[in-house]
Design a protein around this ligand. Structure first.
Ligand code: AKB
Length: 312
C-alpha cells in the first residue's frame, strides 16, 4: 500500500485529489499538507509551508511516505503580479520537495502546465517535444521545473513523473489566479446570474480538462510501468480545446437565455495569447494510456447539474 504526502492539498486540484487518493489507498495513507488549516478536518493533515524544507523532510519521514505529490504553487496570473515571490515559492518549493524525494527515495509527481509553452511554440497540435520559450514567470518556473525533475531522475534516480495540465474545470474548489479560470467562472455565473462577462477575448482557444479526468491522469501516470515512460517530465495532456463563445454555446443548450459579453483583461489575454491553441497528447496515450472521459458537452451537462445543486 502506498503512503503519500501531498503538498498544496487545499488547492483546486489538491482538495479533490486527496479524496480520490484516500478512496484508493486508504484514509490514513494520505497525508494532506497546506500552508493554511482546512475548515473541516478529515484524515491526516499537517500545516506546511513548502519553502520550509526541514519541516517537509520531517513530516515525510515521520509519515513514512513512499510517494510525494507536490501541488503547492502560484498560478500564472498571480505569479505575474509578484514574479520574485513566484520564483521563490514555485522553484524553492519544488527544489525542497525533490530533495526530500531524493533523501527518502520517494516516487514523485508534480504538475507542469500548458504555460510551459510560449509564443514561438507551434500553436496547433503542439508536439510533446518542441520549442519552450515561455514569456511568463509561471512558464519560466514550469520549464525549469520540468528540467529539474528530469535532472533528479537521470542524476539521482528519483522516480519523477509529471503532466502539462491544461485549464482544469471543477465545481468543487474554485481555482485561484489562473488564466484559464474564466472557464470555471462562466458556469457559476450562468447558474447564478444567467450571464457572464469574459476577461478572455472571443476566438482565444486554450486546452481544457474536467477535473475527474485530471485526477485519473495523475493516478494512471503514477501507477504506470516505469520502463514504458520515455518522457516523464512532463506529458502533454488535454481533453478539449475551445474558445469562450463555444463554451457559452454549450451552456445555452441547457440555459437558452444565457448571455456572454466581453471585457478583456490585457494581462490575462496576453498570457492566453502566448499559449497553444491545442496540444497533442499522443505521447501520454502511447506511453501510459492517457484517456479523457469528458468532452465539452458532457462536462457542461455535469457542471451545470452539480452547480445547480450546490448553489440552490
Ligand atoms: C493557469 O491558468 O495558470 C493554470 C494553468 C493552465 O496552468 N490553470
Amino acid at each position: 500500500m502506498k503512503k503519500i504526502i501531498v503538498t498544496g492539498a487545499l488547492g483546486q486540484i489538491g482538495s479533490e485529489l486527496i479524496v480520490k487518493l484516500r478512496n484508493l489507498y486508504g484514509e490514513d495513507n494520505v497525508l494532506a499538507t497546506d500552508i493554511r488549516k482546512p475548515e473541516e478536518t478529515c484524515g491526516p493533515f499537517e500545516l506546511l509551508d513548502v519553502t520550509d524544507g526541514k519541516k517537509m523532510f520531517e513530516l515525510s519521514k515521520q509519515f513514512e511516505a513512499d510517494t510525494m505529490i507536490h501541488m503547492a504553487a502560484l498560478l500564472s496570473a498571480t505569479a505575474e503580479k509578484n514574479p520574485q515571490f513566484a520564483w521563490n515559492l514555485n522553484m524553492g518549493g519544488l527544489m525542497n520537495a525533490l530533495e526530500v524525494a531524493r533523501e527518502l527515495n520517494l516516487q514523485f509527481f508534480t504538475p507542469s502546465s500548458i504555460g510551459a509553452f510560449g509564443p514561438s511554440t507551434p500553436k496547433d497540435n503542439t508536439p510533446q517535444d518542441t520549442l519552450q520559450r515561455p514569456t511568463t514567470m509561471y512558464g519560466v518556473n514550469k520549464v525549469a521545473g520540468e528540467l529539474l525533475c528530469d535532472y533528479y531522475f537521470t542524476r539521482f534516480g528519483v522516480d519523477t513523473r509529471g503532466v502539462r495540465f491544461p485549464g482544469l474545470i471543477s465545481y468543487v474548489t474554485p481555482p485561484g489566479g489562473g488564466t484559464t479560470d474564466y472557464a470555471v467562472e462562466i458556469y457559476y455565473k450562468a447558474v447564478e446570474q444567467g450571464r457572464y462577462t469574459s476577461y478572455i477575448a472571443e476566438g482565444t482557444y486554450m486546452d481544457m480538462m474536467y477535473m475527474p479526468d485530471a485526477l485519473q491522469a495523475i493516478v494512471d501516470l503514477m501507477e504506470a510501468d516505469s520502463a514504458k515512460l520515455k518522457h516523464r517530465n512532463a506529458f502533454n495532456i488535454s481533453a478539449m480545446s475551445f474558445e469562450p463563445s463555444q463554451i457559452a454555446a454549450a451552456i445555452q443548450k441547457h440555459i437558452p437565455s444565457f448571455k456572454i459579453d466581453y471585457k478583456v483583461d490585457p494581462t490575462r489575454q496576453a498570457i492566453a495569447d502566448s499559449w497553444p491553441n491545442a496540444i497533442d497528447s499522443s505521447a501520454a496515450v502511447e506511453e501510459w494510456g492517457f484517456k479523457a472521459a469528458y468532452d465539452l458537452d458532457k462536462m457542461t451537462m455535469d457542471m451545470l447539474e452539480k452547480l445547480k445543486r450546490k448553489l440552490s
